[in-house]
Design a protein around this ligand. Structure first.
Ligand SMILES: N[C@@H](CCC(=O)N[C@@H](CS)C(=O)NCC(=O)O)C(=O)O
Length: 202
């Protein structure tokens, strides 16, 4: 399988973590791919019309996107316990947490583009502040529930790790740990996982 990634991408990182957690790395070739919302990568566009990473070409030649779909597909290819719980409350808790962290990431990536890609004279600070409110609203929810999480590093918790890692990587000055001590303590433990260390954004 061929997986288009970028070592800075938090969405690609979810897939890269799951591949390492499930022992699938030997079956996946990671292809470093540069993306920009204003300069389409033509090779990637042939695989994903949204021109976003991650995108996976399976062994049978089918292309899958986005990160959640790819993670769920890879989760069918290993014999260990599932990262997408099969049914019941655990499944919907994991899916809801995954959706929340995807929303945090979408808002954070939009802020990144606003500051790194958009010409300075066109930037709109209120808009960045609006995205930031979504991110910190999400962190408040995670802080309130983190002590109830199971020890299973499921797709929801992978999403949380990638969201916090991205905030450290791109927005360290936002200091997300302040006001979220329980989440910060959880993250310190997660940072010891080899899959998380090996995929640190760069
Ligand atoms: N919902 C998508 C989001 C993927 C995404 O936004 N990836 C970014 C990199 S972190 C990207 O490819 N951006 C290029 C663009 O927006 O054109 C997923 O979960 O895979």
């Amino acid at each position: 399988m061929k997986l288009r990634v970028n070592k800075a991408s938090p969405f690609a990182r979810k897939v890269r973590i799951l591949a390492r957690e499930t022992g699938l790395t030997g079956r996946i070739e990671e292809i470093e791919t540069t993306v920009s919302p204003v300069n389409a990568n033509e090779d990637l566009a042939r695989e994903n019309p949204l021109v976003k990473i991650p995108a996976l070409v399976t062994d049978s030649g089918e292309t899958l996107y986005d990160s959640g779909v790819i993670c769920e597909y890879l989760d069918t290819l290993h014999a260990a316990s599932r990262f997408f719980p099969a049914a019941g409350p655990r499944r919907f808790a994991a899916l809801r947490r995954h959706a929340l962290t995807d929303g945090i990431l979408e808002a954070a990536v939009l802020c990144r583009y606003e500051t790194a890609v958009r010409p300075e004279n066109l930037r709109w600070n209120d808009w960045i502040e609006g995205q930031k409110r979504k991110i910190f609203g999400g962190l408040t929810v995670l802080e309130g529930e983190v002590d109830t999480w199971s020890g299973d590093f499921d797709i929801g918790q992978i999403g949380v790790a990638c969201a916090l890692g991205y905030l450290d990587f791109r927005f360290a000055d936002w200091n997300w740990r302040s006001g979220h001590p329980r989440l910060a303590a959880w993250y310190e433990r997660v940072l010891r996982r080899p899959s998380v260390t090996a995929t640190a954004p760069s």
